[in-house]
Design a binder for this molecule. Structure first.
Ligand code: PGA
Ligand code: ZN
Length: 401
């Protein structure tokens, strides 16, 4: 029933118009399809998305070397299949076949099993008894590498905190609209554009943008009757140069950066701050977590790159209290599950996440629910973002939430 009979791979477009891949895994009576996203502010410790020679080279190798070995395997043997793909790639960063191809095949395998068993992916992954539905973290104002001419910080997010998934998703969309209105009032003569994740681009200072988003959060929280809290992805590695954080208006030393972020967290009662320091500064993360980790989630994205070994190093040093989870940073579903397990064992919160270049694939909605992630970062609007949000609504319906 779950024996793999055929695997197909094709090149498709992502939301930025870049090439990516989609993989179909076909069993006797099941079909699973997954397409891989890609980042713009990628961490240096992530696996490689595609081989150096490009997507076509990876597809060629996958067809020649990997598919023949997977045919006939049982799609339920996720560990075996992921292990086989990693072994056939043979490099530590999956740079021969490419992490994006391997991750698409890995998740498509789980989806094919779920389909053959006639259950939704989140159920197949053990989510029937889920107690916590992930809160949506949506990007409202975008800067950094996602939006030319915007803020230094990459993402001004909001997190709606309520047990009802439907209420939270619609609250985030309300904030997105209200932020547009607030920006138009604050800068009536500036044309408003959107960045890669559908967030507004605002030529403002970081504090101006934070103040605006936080004001809108207060208004919408009152209106909806639950907390909608401001949050940030600073993506500090993207403006870290030679030991300093280089802002449009001046530089900060790592010590000053810790102090600055701690003050912002207190002043704006932030719920979540991602990558406040550059991607190798475990000690700086530990210092900040020590200062404000009780009131705010300090999250490692580029710091941990969904890698269990890097997470364990963080746990040892007390760096951060949350981890961002992106499947294509590590390359397989089973490695992703393992990292989430370690995080939860050590009381780190997990936040499953989209990438800035996305497809309409909805898998992360299922994975976030199944593994009890604290939140799901997947934008607030735009076709490739609502593909995940609307899937969450469907899952909520299925669970009667
Ligand atoms: P990326 O960035 O998908 O462009 O790498 C998103 C993030 O930093 O969270
Ligand atoms: Zn990030």
């Amino acid at each position: 029933m779950t024996t793999i009979r055929n695997i197909r791979i094709r090149k498709i477009l992502d939301s930025r118009g870049n090439e990516t891949v989609e993989v179909d895994v076909i069993t006797d009576n099941g079909l699973g399809t997954m397409s891989a996203p890609s980042g713009a502010s990628t961490g240096i410790h992530e696996v490689d998305a595609f081989p150096k020679k490009g997507v076509d080279e990876g597809i060629l190798l996958f067809k020649k070397k990997v598919i023949p070995k997977l045919l006939g395997m049982d799609a339920r043997d996720q560990l075996g299949i992921d292990g086989t793909m990693k072994e056939l790639d043979g490099s530590p960063k999956l740079s021969n076949v490419g992490g994006n191809i391997i991750v698409a095949a890995s998740v498509a395998t789980a989806k094919a099993s779920a389909d053959a068993l006639n259950i939704p992916l989140f159920m197949y992954l053990g989510g029937r008894f889920v107690k916590h539905f992930p809160y949506p973290l949506g990007n409202m104002i975008g800067g950094g590498k996602h939006a030319v001419g915007g803020t230094d910080f990459q993402e001004y997010l909001v997190c709606a905190i309520d047990p009802s998934p439907k209420r939270t998703i619609f609250a985030n969309a309300k904030v997105h609209k209200a932020v547009k209105k607030a920006l138009a009032t604050a800068m009536p003569n500036t044309p408003l554009g959107k960045g890669d994740e559908g967030a507004w681009i605002a030529p403002m200072t970081d504090e101006e943008a934070l103040k605006l988003v936080s004001g809108v959060c207060a208004t919408i929280s009152k209106e909806v009757g639950f907390d909608v809290r401001p949050s940030l992805d600073i993506a500090a590695s993207s403006f870290y140069e030679k030991g300093q954080y280089v802002y449009k208006k001046g530089k900060k030393s790592p010590k000053e950066q810790v102090k600055f972020v701690a003050e912002l967290i207190k002043k704006y009662t932030l719920h979540f701050v991602e990558d406040p320091l550059e991607e190798d500064d475990f000690a700086g993360f530990a210092e900040l977590t020590d200062l404000v980790g009780k009131q705010c989630l300090i999250c490692g994205d580029d710091l941990f790159v969904t890698n269990k070994e890097r997470l364990l190093e963080g746990i040892k040093q007390g760096a951060a209290n949350a981890i961002l989870v992106k499947l294509n940073q590590i390359g397989t579903l089973s490695d992703t599950m393992e990292t989430i397990k370690v995080a939860h064992e050590h009381r780190y919160k997990t936040v499953i996440s989209h990438r800035s270049g996305e497809t309409t694939d909805e898998s992360i909605a299922h994975i976030g629910v199944a593994f009890g992630c604290h939140a799901i970062k997947t934008g607030a609007v735009g076709g490739e973002r609502i593909a995940k949000l609307n899937e969450l609504v469907r899952i909520a319906d299925y669970l009667g939430l």
